[in-house]
Design a protein around this ligand. Structure first.
Ligand code: YSA
Length: 234
């Protein structure tokens, strides 16, 4: 007798990314992509990280021995630069992808993980648009009762900059960073920083997936354990 094959299921990260695309598509966002092996100019310089500035250490970079000047991208913010170099404003994009950091791993940190970047540029774009966009996304993703909190923070490529927290159930979760695009970033891509303003954000997709599926450890996402699709485990 022929045995019926067991069908596979989609990985939690795939499911979460598909949901994220669908939510942002409704708000008019396109999807941009960029390379994982990136030159330092796109990963750092154009994003207003001064050379030898300690901010470059914030991200525990993997430098490439055989390709001087190249790194494994430490964030998806490199796509902001690549997209603006090839498109005129107004624009609204999200950009998902793998990023890499040479850091000690624990239940909330992996050396390879996923981020989703967002960038909106136009005339008269304000922090209010940033907050409304994030709140709208998080309410659709986690539920109508979700609240959002922006805490002052520093990223070289935004001013002002924020940490983004969401209250899901009775827990406040740290989801990522955000802010208003720094005028030096517009200079780097030859955008008119007198006329244009914009906001950007970057969130950790693995942490979004873990909260959504009740997965307790970010490292489980990459271990090929088929029990992952049965979370939350009883
Ligand atoms: C900030 C401002 C902007 O205008 C645009 C983007 C950003 C985010 C910035 N590029 C960045 O990477 N910030 S971050 O280092 O704080 O990482 C963002 C999120 O990625 C974190 O909040 C967390 O959810 C996730 N993350 C960071 N390191 C991680 C990780 N997830 C898993 N493993 C790690 N090692």
């Amino acid at each position: 007798m022929q045995q019926k094959p067991t069908l596979g299921v989609l990985h939690p990260l795939t499911l979460v990314l598909e949901e994220i695309y669908a939510i942002f598509a409704k708000q008019g966002f396109s999807v941009g992509t960029g390379p994982e092996l990136e030159d330092e100019w796109h990963n750092f310089d154009a994003l207003n990280f001064p050379k030898d500035h300690p901010a470059r250490d914030m991200q525990d970079t993997f430098f490439i021995k055989d390709r001087p000047g190249f790194v494994l991208r430490t964030h998806t913010s490199n796509v902001q630069i690549r997209y603006m170099q090839n498109h005129t404003a107004p624009l609204a994009i999200i950009s998902p992808g793998k990023v890499f950091r040479n850091e000690a791993t624990d239940m909330t940190h992996e050396a390879q993980f996923h981020q989703i970047e967002g960038l909106v540029v136009g005339e008269n774009i304000t922090v209010a648009h940033l907050k409304a966009t994030l709140l709208n996304f998080l309410k659709e993703f986690f539920g109508e009762e979700t609240e959002i909190r922006l805490r002052p923070s520093f990223f070289p490529f935004v001013e002002p900059g924020f940490e983004v927290d969401a209250r899901v159930g009775d827990r406040w979760l740290e989801l990522g960073g955000a802010g208003m695009v720094h005028p030096n970033v517009f200079d780097a891509v030859e955008y008119d920083n007198k006329k244009l303003t914009g906001f950007a954000f970057g969130m950790g997709v693995d942490r979004l997936a873990n909260v959504k599926f009740g997965i307790s450890d970010v490292r489980y996402q990459y271990q090929g354990d088929l029990r992952l699709n049965q979370w939350p485990q009883k």
